[in-house]
Write a protein of this length. Structure first.
Length: 260
């Protein structure tokens, strides 16, 4: 669907409900304020539901309220009130690009031969023990469940004391997989040292190839971590690269396990 906002109204007005027509009238009368409004704020100001706003936009041929605002900006490029839309649009595009880069560059960094070596270690291990802390636990938990679904014994530990103790009491044939974004988590490094002393095989999934955890591991899969963080005051950086690595690794394992 093409055409200006006003042209679309003329074309599709007959298909609109009373609430939708009211919303369109409100937008037309308050056009200069629209760039500064979120869908929730417009809902409050116009006294209609967000569902009504989305439905109206789709009937007019827009993908949503933000898409509508971007198209309005193009129609009103001489109006300074609409410059904020371009700024917000670019910021969102930057956020999308950040995640795209983390995925693409992580995939580029992976080596199929190394993945095959790790898959073979998992196949021939008697047990897989996963150690992780913080948000990395979510990725390790997914790995644990998928391994169990493939009939591989797997257990996850995330408590610091249990990690340290468990790493000293592993059995012959065990394989330990560490999942850590920065590779500096103290209890994980301690556990890796214990594994090394006991000659227990270890794998590390990280985004820091120069970390102590990577140095202590037999094999390491490394992802790309963007320096940009939208939560700079908190240690909640994206684990997307680790998720990409773990999924590719488990997909590869599923392929090999199905053939063995």
């Amino acid at each position: 669907m093409n055409g200006t906002f006003l042209a679309r109204i003329s074309q599709y007005a007959e298909k609109m409900s009373e609430a939708e027509l009211y919303l369109i009238l409100y937008i037309r009368e308050n056009l200069d304020t629209i760039p500064e409004l979120s869908i929730v704020r417009l809902s409050e100001d116009a006294n209609v539901s967000t569902a009504t706003i989305v439905r109206t936009m789709k009937k007019l041929g827009y993908n949503g309220f933000t898409d509508f605002k971007i198209r309005l900006k193009d129609e009103n490029d001489q109006n300074p009130n609409f410059s904020i839309i371009e700024q917000v649009d670019e910021e969102i595009k930057d956020a999308i690009l950040k995640n795209e880069q983390e995925v693409m560059r992580t995939i580029e960094m992976l080596n199929s031969g190394l993945i095959e070596d790790i898959v073979q270690k998992i196949l021939h291990s008697s047990r897989v023990i996963l150690f992780a802390r913080g948000f990395s636990e979510l990725i390790a938990k997914e790995m644990e469940v998928k391994l169990q679904l493939l009939n591989k014994y797997a257990e996850l530990h995330d408590d610091p004391n249990i990690i340290r103790t468990k790493s000293k009491r592993l059995e012959q044939g065990d394989l330990v997989i560490f999942v850590s974004l920065n590779g500096y988590t103290e209890e994980l490094v301690d556990a890796a040292r214990s594994c090394q002393q006991n000659e227990t095989s270890t794998i590390t999934l990280t985004c820091n190839k120069n970390s102590p955890l990577a140095a202590l591991a037999e094999l390491t899969l490394t992802g790309y971590k963007s320096e940009t963080s939208y939560f700079p005051d908190y240690e909640v950086r994206s684990r997307l690269p680790l998720q990409v690595i773990s999924r590719i690794l488990l997909d590869a394992y599923a392929i090999r396990a199905g053939k063995s």
